[in-house]
Structure formats: C-alpha cells, structure tokens
Design a protein around this ligand. Structure first.
Ligand code: ZN
Length: 183
C-alpha cells in the first residue's frame, strides 16, 4: 500500500500508538489501514458416488483441478460464498451444505473453508473461470493434478470419512506449497 484510500496522501509503515505491530498509517489523516486474512470458501459437491471438480482457467494453478471455491465477498455468509462460487465456476446449484474443513494458511494470510454439499439436480456446466467441469469417481481423482493442498486434503478426508458414514469437522494448519518439481 502506498496511498491512503481515505484522502490520497502517502502512508507510512509503523506501529501506531497502543498497537503492537506495524500498520499502514496515513501521514495526513492518520487513518490506520488494517490488513487481515482473506477467507476462501468452497464446496465439495457430491452427486451419488461422485464428486464435482473444476479445471482452472485462471492463474494461479491454471489447468489444475480444484473444488469450486473463491474469495468471500462482503455481505455474504461463508455458506453463501461457497454456493455462489459453485454457481460461478461450475454452473451448479448445491444444497444441504455442511461445514467440513477449515485450513489456516498463515504464510499467505488465508483461511480456506470447505462445505460438503449435494448437487441439487445433477446439472453443471463450464463456468467462466473453468476450462472443464466433470464428476469423478474416487478412483478417477487426478491426485497429481490438484490445484491446492487444501483441495487434496479435503478430498482425502471425504473418501475416508465416507467409509465410516461420519464426517467430523477438520481444522488444520497448512505449510507452504513445495515447488512442483519436488512433488
Ligand atoms: Zn489519509
């Protein structure tokens, strides 16, 4: 950040009085511009024995498969965000959303939240941010072509939990991704 969004003056990076970490503070109007983690919300859409994945048309990780997910908007709940992203990326309507996985990614200041969900009518199509959208059986999951570690972990938990018919909520930290050539 270089300029104050309130008055357009330059900002400086310093610890405000009474605070304990550096913030961007306006040199003119003294507004403190707090920066906080961003929330990514998504769905694990299920249709019978199959799950729905999207192949990304945008960076990062273009061409890799993901669960439909994206940044939460102001004014919506996490479940609404997850359902909206599923419409946008897979043209699919979901219901019966159940909170399932919560991943902390402090190295990139993100929180990823996934809901188990059911496709309402089995209909889907390729959304604007996708190259391809399709249903996968467990044996068909492209494990080496998944876009993000949180997607792979959520899918692994799902197929394991499905055997027990029990889906406990998982909350874990995730370490930085390794370079692709080490996978
Ligand atoms: Zn200002």
């Amino acid at each position: 950040m270089k300029f104050c969004s309130q008055c357009g003056s330059t900002v400086e990076h310093r610890i405000p009085a009474g605070d304990n970490r550096p913030r961007f503070v306006c040199t003119s109007c003294a507004t403190v511009h707090y920066q906080n983690p961003r929330i990514v919300a998504g769905c694990l859409p299920v249709w019978g024995e199959q799950v729905l994945l999207c192949r990304r048309a945008i960076e990062p990780r273009r061409g890799f498969w993901t669960l439909p997910a994206g940044f939460m908007e102001n004014g919506e709940t996490t479940a609404e965000a997850a359902a909206r992203e599923t419409v946008e990326e897979a043209c699919a309507r979901v219901g019966s959303l159940q909170l399932y996985t919560l991943y902390d990614l402090p190295h990139i200041s993100q929180l990823h939240v996934f809901f188990r969900a059911e496709l309402v009518d089995g209909q889907f199509d390729v959304g604007e941010e996708s190259l391809e959208v399709r249903l996968f059986d467990e044996a068909q999951i492209p494990w080496n072509e998944l876009a993000f570690p949180t997607v792979g972990r959520t899918l692994k938990y799902y197929f394991a939990d499905r055997l027990q018919h029990n889906y406990p909520i998982r909350n874990e930290g995730v370490a930085p991704m390794r370079p692709a050539n080490q996978d």
